[in-house]
Ligand binder design. Structure first.
Ligand code: ABU
Length: 281
């Protein structure tokens, strides 16, 4: 689908939708006088929502309000990327990777497979997802966000992509992004949005969906079988997860801009249906 700048610039009838964006929390400058606890999100996520015609509103992990109250004030939810989901949320223990040498140091190493899990962020985002779904608000999950949707629906993750025959999905040791193809399922929402059967994925993840959650469809799958896109099978829900990073790819690949565009339109359409007073003549 080719989007023009006019499509993006005109939000259409009604007010621009208010789109909640979950954000991570992390420590910076540990052990220095600049040590601080930060809350942050990649700028590209906010830019993608804004460019698509939505208003992004950040939801901190320790927001004290009930998730249903928060989502009642919003028209949609973006679950952003970041640290790994704690394996306890999908019934597993933290696994450990053992290596003969660490690339940089040449010494044996072991490290937890799941990177910096944060119980507070997990519980906050799981509650927001459930509240958004209950209110039939559109949800777009990016990378970790897609994995969180799967976990919320009872699915599981591979704590590392080490399955036989798996292609490379991670940044390589020099930081280059691997690109590979994804094939969209016929009759799926994402197939309609992208308007093609195959698309390119800039891939930067080390975990992947293992068992798919209830009600979800793996609507875009890589050649090694790794789910790259998921969506909810029930058409009442606009719930879409992307394992890659659409917020980083929109300037090169129109399909990812189309994804944000359709998400914003769906948020707006449902907001108008709920609040007809916002509809312009
Ligand atoms: N697990 C959340 C971040 C994405 C990944 O590396 O799998």
């Amino acid at each position: 689908m080719a989007l023009t700048s006019v499509d993006i610039a005109l939000p259409g009838p009604g007010r621009p939708p208010l789109i909640g964006v979950s954000i991570g929390r992390f420590h910076m400058g540990a052990g220095t006088s600049q040590a601080r606890l930060m809350t942050g999100i990649k700028q590209e996520v906010l830019d993608s929502v804004t460019e698509a015609g939505g208003i992004p509103l950040l939801i901190p992990v320790d927001c004290p309000h009930d998730a249903a109250q928060v989502m009642a004030a919003l028209d949609g939810l973006v679950l952003s990327g970041g640290q790994d989901v704690d394996p306890s949320n999908y019934g597993q223990e933290q696994q450990v990777t053992y290596g003969a040498t660490e690339t940089a140091t040449g010494v044996p190493f072991s490290r937890p497979k799941s990177w910096q899990p944060c119980a507070l962020r997990d519980s906050s985002e799981l509650a927001l997802y459930r509240a958004a779904k209950a209110a039939e608000l559109p949800v777009l999950g990016i990378c970790r966000g897609m994995q969180l949707i799967n976990v919320a629906e009872g699915g599981t993750l591979h704590q590392e992509i080490l399955m036989p025959g798996a292609i490379s999905h991670e940044l390589d040791s020099e930081g280059y992004v691997h690109h590979h193809f994804v094939r969209f399922g016929a009759g799926t929402r994402v197939r309609d949005i992208f308007g093609v059967e195959q698309y390119i994925v800039p891939s930067t993840h080390h975990q992947a969906i293992a068992r798919l959650g209830d009600g979800l469809v793996a609507c875009g799958v890589a050649e090694d079988g790794v789910p790259e896109f998921i969506e909810h099978a029930d058409p009442r829900h606009f719930i879409v997860g992307v394992q890659g990073h659409p917020e980083k790819a929109g300037h090169n690949f129109d399909g990812y801009r189309a994804l944000f565009h359709h998400f914003r339109l769906e948020c707006q359409r449902r907001a108008i249906a709920r609040e007809p007073r916002f509809k312009r003549a």
